[in-house]
Write a new protein. Structure first.
Length: 277
């Protein structure tokens, strides 16, 4: 499985790899019963050997273990590999911090095609269940049990799943080009986009009646490809951009918008993808 970028940042939030220097603070967090209660696989008590094993686990390709830094403090961490699990120190609870961290990590995880993501939480962990459903995860119908080191018992758990297509639908990528924004096209955009289609037959653009199928065919599924609606700072749709492996193709509402915005959109797309968006 492809790895995440080593560093992900957004505002005062930073995700970075676990280092040996983090062992003391992470050990303290894992030994806090308020955190340990919900972590099935974390040994209790969590000592130096367990910390070394966690460091080795984080270095394993594809596991993507990341420390969550908030305002330069270690607030918790997450692991987003074959499955998703996470923790947050109690002093950082109820600030929306884990939601922000998961959005940042999952967006990066689904930047390329890949399998659905599974997250498992204790059936009684109402905060984690609300977090996952709030992000759009779907509850799997069958419950199961997992062994928890903290209680030395098998306890009821629930699995939640997120497919990349669902993530892109619920959390659409927004690209910026100056005062313009580009977002993935949806079926409800079809009447507006139909007004932008060329009046003469085009090899790149469909006839009006074929537009719904064209929107579905070019639905955004990852960076660099997909059909986007171009909107100005008044939220008025002024054009559309078809992003392909061979480069973007643009179509505007009018010739005036084409003249005014084409270079701006092309420059904005070049900057966005050069930055890894």
């Amino acid at each position: 499985m492809d790895s995440l970028p080593e560093i992900l940042t957004k505002g005062d939030l930073r995700l970075r790899p676990l280092t040996a220097a983090d062992q003391t603070v992470v050990t303290g967090q894992f030994n806090d019963i308020r955190v340990a209660r919900w972590l099935a696989a974390v040994a209790q008590p969590f000592g130096p050997e367990a910390a070394r094993q966690l460091l080795a686990h984080g270095a394993h390709p594809g596991e993507n273990l990341r420390i969550i830094e908030y305002q330069n403090k270690v607030a918790g961490g997450l692991c987003i590999g074959a499955s998703l699990w996470y923790w947050l120190a109690p002093e950082f609870w109820r600030q929306g911090l884990m939601r922000r961290a998961l959005k940042l990590a999952i967006t990066a995880r689904f930047a390329n095609a890949g399998p659905p993501l599974i997250a498992t939480c204790h059936a009684d962990n109402t905060a984690s269940r609300a977090l996952l459903t709030g992000l759009g995860f779907s509850l799997c119908p069958a419950a199961r049990r997992m062994f928890f080191h903290g209680t030395q018992t098998s306890e009821p758990c629930l699995d939640y799943v997120m497919a990349p297509e669902q993530w892109h639908l619920l959390h659409p990528l927004i690209l910026l080009a100056g005062n313009l924004s580009l977002r993935p096209a949806r079926q409800q955009d079809a009447p507006t986009l139909a007004r932008m289609l060329p009046t003469t037959k085009s090899a790149h653009w469909p006839e009006s009646e074929a537009l719904p199928g064209f929107i579905e065919e070019h639905r955004y599924r990852g960076p660099g490809q997909g059909l986007f609606v171009i909107s100005d700072d008044n939220r008025r749709s002024v054009g559309m951009a078809l992003l392909t492996k061979t480069g973007p193709r643009l179509c505007f509402l009018s010739e005036a918008e084409d003249i005014r915005y084409r270079v701006q959109v092309m420059d904005g797309l070049a900057s966005a993808f050069a930055a890894g968006s």
